[in-house]
Design a protein around this ligand. Structure first.
Ligand code: IPM
Ligand code: MG
Length: 342
């Protein structure tokens, strides 16, 4: 039976990178695709970033593939107005996707595209495991004329399940990132991770690092890390930082897993409204997100590996989009990767 995938092109460069991803899937097998408006596009059509219909369609799918949401058109500081990002948060929460996996592995062909020196980044191969459905993103928010607040809350259960994901993914060690010198949620986080480690994963090395120090070590010695596990907002920030190790945020895919239903697969980068409509967006993070979907969402390991190796070989053959210092547009980049598919 064909795998059933919901595609959410979203906003900005989203539709421009979703189109070649759909082409890529057509070359790999029999997939039944169902497209829905999402984010700003959905606000324009339905007044809300995520309709019930779209959420239900996602729940019924085998996997959900998302490009990007957001843009200046819907930017507002008015809490009463809908925002594209609410769609993304609603979808993550609605599908119960508490585990966000963001692999960071610079390709040798791109060592010189990173703003960091080659000798710093060479050999880096790390995974950011970001908690995705808790913390300050989802706590109660208040707003009055002269004050505002965002509540950060974590339960033992929420911390334990994401820590388990991290220990299971680790090859050698887990670095748990928190701010335990200041935050109560971080002190609970540290305790729960320590206890789980002693109980279930004593063979994996565990270290605790404060988030400010982790931010520094990520650029000073990225090779030091294997798996980084952290709460929602720290993970958001550290994963953008880590993206620069690969040369461009246009290279980083992500998988969001953990619910009973389908996973959500999306590039780490946003909708890049500044370059939307120009046909120059880098489609590679989107392609690599397709690979993660094939592997983690649909169990199609050989197809996933084929996509990853086609991307590797296209880059090794010299493919560079503008974000990597080259001139290839989206369509040309896609064709180059297709030409390397086996
Ligand atoms: C990400 C994005 C989102 C987040 C935004 C668009 C809500 O930055 O996936 O990293 O903060 O989670
Ligand atoms: Mg982010």
């Amino acid at each position: 039976m064909a795998h059933h995938i919901v595609t959410l092109p979203g906003d900005g460069i989203g539709p421009e990178i979703m189109a070649p991803a759909v082409e890529l899937l057509a070359k790999l097998g029999d997939f039944e695709l169902e497209e829905h408006p999402f984010g700003g596009a959905s606000i324009d059509m339905h007044g809300t970033a995520l309709t019930d219909e779209t959420l239900q369609a996602c729940k019924a799918a085998d996997a959900v593939l998302l490009a990007a949401v957001g843009g200046p058109k819907w930017d507002t500081t008015d809490p009463a107005k809908p925002r594209p990002e609410q769609g993304l948060l609603g979808l993550r929460k609605g599908l119960g996707l508490y585990a966000n996996l963001r692999p960071v592995r610079p390709l040798p062909a791109l060592y010189d595209a990173s703003p960091l020196r080659r000798e710093r980044i060479e050999g880096t191969d790390l995974l950011v495991v970001r908690e995705l459905t808790g913390g300050i993103y989802f706590g109660e928010k208040t707003r009055t004329a002269d004050a505002a607040s965002d509540l950060c809350e974590y339960t033992v259960e929420e911390i334990e399940r994401i820590a388990r994901t991290a220990f299971q993914a680790a090859r050698s060690k887990v670095c748990s990132v928190d701010k335990a010198n200041v935050l109560e949620t971080s002190r609970l986080w540290r305790e729960v991770v320590t206890n789980l480690h002693a109980r279930e994963f004593p063979h994996v090395e565990l270290e605790h690092v404060l988030v400010d120090n982790a931010a520094m070590q990520l650029v000073s010695s990225p090779r030091h890390f294997d798996v980084i596990v952290t709460e929602n907002m720290f993970g958001d920030i550290l994963s953008d930082e880590a993206a620069m190790i690969t040369g461009s945020i246009g290279m980083l895919p992500s998988a969001s897993l953990g619910g009973d239903g389908p996973g959500l697969f999306e590039p780490v980068h946003g909708s890049a409204p500044d370059i939307a409509g120009q046909g120059i967006a880098n489609p590679l993070a989107m392609f690599l997100s397709v690979a993660l979907m094939l592997r983690h969402g649909l169990g199609l390991e050989s197809e996933a590996a084929a996509v990853e190796s086609a991307v590797d070989r296209a880059l090794a053959a010299g493919l560079r989009t503008p974000d990597l210092g080259g001139e290839a547009g989206t369509a040309q980049a896609a064709q180059t990767v297709f030409a390397h598919l086996e």
